[in-house]
Design a protein around this ligand. Structure first.
Ligand code: NAD
Length: 308
């Protein structure tokens, strides 16, 4: 089968492309990115180039996918993704992410391609105990414009009914190394600070609060599972390796870097209390994810070993 991957030069996309040869069903992958994030280097030295073709396209252009034919699946990863910065870039982010989403949805509808839609566990708000996909509406209150857009996308898909085959996957915060690795999310950012000998900045109230995390390896397992098992139920699934407190993440880093220091800061997106995200619904379908992130953290710190 042929697949199209948007945002292919990003953190998750580059990892997916690097490991694509492990999904035997995929004969060819068309990679799309507007290179706004300047990560052309992610496209260098892929081992199995015969399977992939890259196209520079900006998905905000409704015509950008015109000409792509015989695509069976679209994995839509293209997005502006910095949640903390989304407060100041609200207009730009709404325009980029929603228009890109619309181009992809229209393409899928027209070409009968199935859609793997990626959302975030940041659509949830504070809750005591586990929060799952069936939670009451009051627990679906995203704090950042970034996560509000994701929830809007989910609703648009839901309202399409049977016009499209898709699943929405709410990913936990990604940890791990890829060619397109980013450092603005929690685990990677903490590793970078530790490697540079800088203080790890922890949001004042967050040290003992739980958050959901997803190892890049587990994210890949999800895509492989969806493609191989033809898993499109027009439904929403949480995708989480495990829930950890910030303190637990810091302990994992401390195993490799003994002298790390912490300082406390305030941030508007962290006003909420902690929440545990349930991964049961996906595991009932046959995909059980359980990384403890130790390897992701070790790999990230190893990547940064020459930083002082
Ligand atoms: N990384 C995480 O922790 C995390 C967690 C939950 C959900 N997600 C979601 O997973 C997806 C991929 O995340 P990522 O971490 O790889 O992000 P990323 O920022 O590393 O990559 C996104 C890519 O999309 C491209 N892009 C942005 N706008 C585009 C446009 N208009 N046209 C074409 N390309 C465009 C960028 O150039 C970039 O290469 C995103 O939807 C993100 O919201 C990520």
């Amino acid at each position: 089968m042929n697949i199209l991957i948007t945002g292919a030069c990003g953190h998750i996309g580059s990892y997916l492309v690097e490991n694509l040869h492990k999904i035997k069903k995929v004969k060819k992958a068309f990679l799309i990115d507007n290179l706004e994030s300047n990560r052309l280097d992610t496209l260098f030295n892929y081992k199995r180039k015969n399977k992939i073709e890259f196209f520079k396209r900006d998905l905000t252009d409704p015509e950008s996918l015109k000409g792509f034919k015989n695509i069976n699946i679209v994995i839509h990863l293209a997005s502006m993704t910095n949640a903390a910065k989304s407060f100041n870039l609200k207009k730009e982010m709404y325009s980029n992410n929603l228009n890109s989403f619309k181009t992809v949805v229209d393409f899928c509808k027209k070409n009968q391609a199935k859609l793997i839609h990626v959302s975030t566990t940041s659509v949830y708000t504070k809750k005591v105990g586990l929060v799952d996909e069936k939670c009451e509406k009051k627990y679906l209150r995203p704090q950042s414009p970034y996560a509000k857009i994701k929830l809007l996308e989910e609703k648009i898909l839901k309202n399409l009914g049977k016009k499209l085959k898709y699943n929405t996957f709410r990913l936990g915060t990604i940890a791990g190394v890829s060619k397109g690795i980013r450092f603005h999310t929690a685990v990677n950012n903490f590793c970078l600070s530790a490697a540079l000998g800088e203080n790890i900045k922890v949001y004042k109230t967050a040290l003992h609060q739980f958050r959901p995390y997803l190892s890049l390896g587990d994210a890949f397992k999800l895509f492989k599972f969806a493609i191989e098992e033809n898993f499109y139920e027009n439904d929403v699934y949480n995708v989480v390796s495990n829930n950890f407190t910030v303190n637990e993440i810091i302990k994992k880093i401390r195993k490799h870097r003994k002298n790390i220091k912490i300082s406390y800061v305030h941030s508007p997106i962290m006003n909420r209390l902690s929440y545990h995200v349930s991964k049961k619904k996906l595991s009932v379908k046959g995909l059980y994810l359980n990384s403890n992130l130790n390897r992701d953290i070790a790999n990230t710190l190893n990547l940064l070993r020459n930083l002082k």
